[in-house]
Design a protein around this ligand. Sequence first.
Ligand code: NAD
Length: 486
Amino acid sequence: MNQVSSQRWQQRIFLGGWTPGHGETVPVIEPATGDHLGELATASAEDVDAAARMAAAAQPAWAALPFDRRAAIMRNVARLLQERATEINRWNVRECGSIPPKAEWELNATIEQAHMAAAMPMQPVGEIFPSSMPGRRNYWQRIPIGVVGVIAPWNFPILLGLRSVLPALAMGNAVILKPDVQSAICGGLLLAEIFEDAGLPAGVLHVLPGGPATGDALVRHPAVKMISFTGSTAVGRQIGETCGRMLKKVALELGGNNAMVILDDADLESASSCAAWGAFLHQGQICMQAGRHLVHRKVAERYAELLAARAAKLVVGNPATGPVHLGPLINDRQAAKVADVVERSLAQGARLLTGGQRDGRFYPATVLTGVTPEMPAYTDEIFGPVAPITVFDTDDEAVELVNGSDYGLAVAVHSASVSRALNVASRLRAGMVHINDQTVNNEFQVPFGGMGASGNGSRFGGPASFEEFTQTQWVSVLDQGIQYPF
Ligand code: NAD
């Protein structure tokens, strides 16, 4: 069945309007079945150039609109996302292998982002400072950056694209969104329709599906003044280097190898429930996935048993045709990578408690024990449904293990003593720490982001979105011109 035949974006990109892209045409493949869902047009470097010029021309008028007009458009976006929820969620399930509850959660979280963005333009945009010069007034105001390029991954394509697109637009920027080709319908083209229908002026948002070459053209374009990138650490490093050379603002939200730390007084029923959710949700394809389970020796065996029992009950299959806990991995390469990491860790002495058998793009919830810090299951960001368990003996050792990773995204600490858990948390190098919960957490009003190899200190959400998507300007005012000594 060709899913895209009746859509306004069939074989089109959104470049000031719906137009054929000059990049290659890419098949849209459903990961669960291998079915061909349609054809996707992609953008060439010339398309990126045209979009960047158009965006730069459209941005000043957009920023100059009364703030309540920008807010109203963001509210329309929220309403249209809600109205088209069934269609968007269906695409998220079929195009990206999401289970329906994940798709629904993602869309609802995005609608919250849209409400937050609608509230941003009415917030104060500056402050007044004293001056040492008599008669002078100093103020400091937020101004847009100009054209912002947003590069998004395929795992939460709607939320991770729009958490940058919405606040950037709300603060008066023009935006070029480049979704991944594996998620470009729900994470790009459907969204472009929604912004168009919401009344966003033409030229202010462009949606250009494409691969690394399209992304690279966006990063290098001189008219694009900021890049907001969410994706792998390897690509983030390259983008950071290019932006550094061009002195371009860059927000990098990158990979993770996040730890669940289970102290010896933890409630193991709750900890293992948190662990199952954090490790297996969306087949483990989440930057905040609980990828390392660091457990005190006294409770490690019981924790492993409880987690393995939960994992063994999880149903794997096609999320479009029946209720399952785990859908497919995004592509064959990713499935092969997960299997390879597990096999190499087993060869190095890890023990398989449950799971571990790949079936094409499907991989079951897998629990490994006896994992040591040298094994690939410990060192790598697996991006699959695998929970490797490593034992520690003291709180100090747990802190050392967490901080031994280059990544620094999310950590969860479990203990019956909140003060003990907080004491451990305060020593962790991670952008987000959750006590007695799991690692996969996102709330639109709270600044989100990583440290170290997980990002460059960029933060999205609540007050952080103002910082990321504006720049500041000092303006001083004198009533009359003055005379300097020469
Ligand atoms: P990826 O880095 O391969 O791709 C991400 C995006 O970058 C895609 O749109 C891709 O087309 C584009 N891209 C690839 N090469 C590029 C280049 N050279 N120049 C410009 N753009 C380029 O990552 P992925 O495999 O799609 O996503 C998974 C990774 O993303 C994981 O490492 C995960 O942890 C990370 N991630 C991080 C967060 C976060 O908020 N920190 C959220 C989700 C995913």
